[in-house]
Design a protein around this ligand. Structure first.
Ligand SMILES: [Zn+2]
Length: 90
């Protein structure tokens, strides 16, 4: 019965929420006017030229206001942020 116990532990770990997952890029493209809209900050609500796409929420939430969804493509990236970025300045 040792193997059964091991499987149970593994299953419970797999279903646990990934706490470190966050919004890396909050962005989308309007296919009507070909403008990539990016929201950098929470209060930053950016729109494209034709007004089809408005994106907000920054790195906090994926705020979307899209008039025609057939003319919109999601570009956002959600994942685990790298722990440390070491920049070496030469
Ligand atoms: Zn547009």
């Amino acid at each position: 019965m040792k193997s059964t116990k091991g499987n149970l532990i593994r299953a419970s770990m797999a279903s646990a929420p990934r706490k470190k997952e966050c919004i890396l890029l909050n962005s989308g493209i309007c296919l009507k006017c070909n403008v990539v809209v990016v929201s950098e900050k929470l209060e930053d609500h950016s729109g494209c030229f034709c007004g089809n796409v408005i994106i907000g929420g920054g790195k906090v939430y994926l705020g979307r206001s899209v008039v025609d969804r057939s003319l919109y493509r999601e570009l956002s990236e959600v994942g685990v942020r790298p722990k440390k970025l070491t920049l070496s300045l030469v």
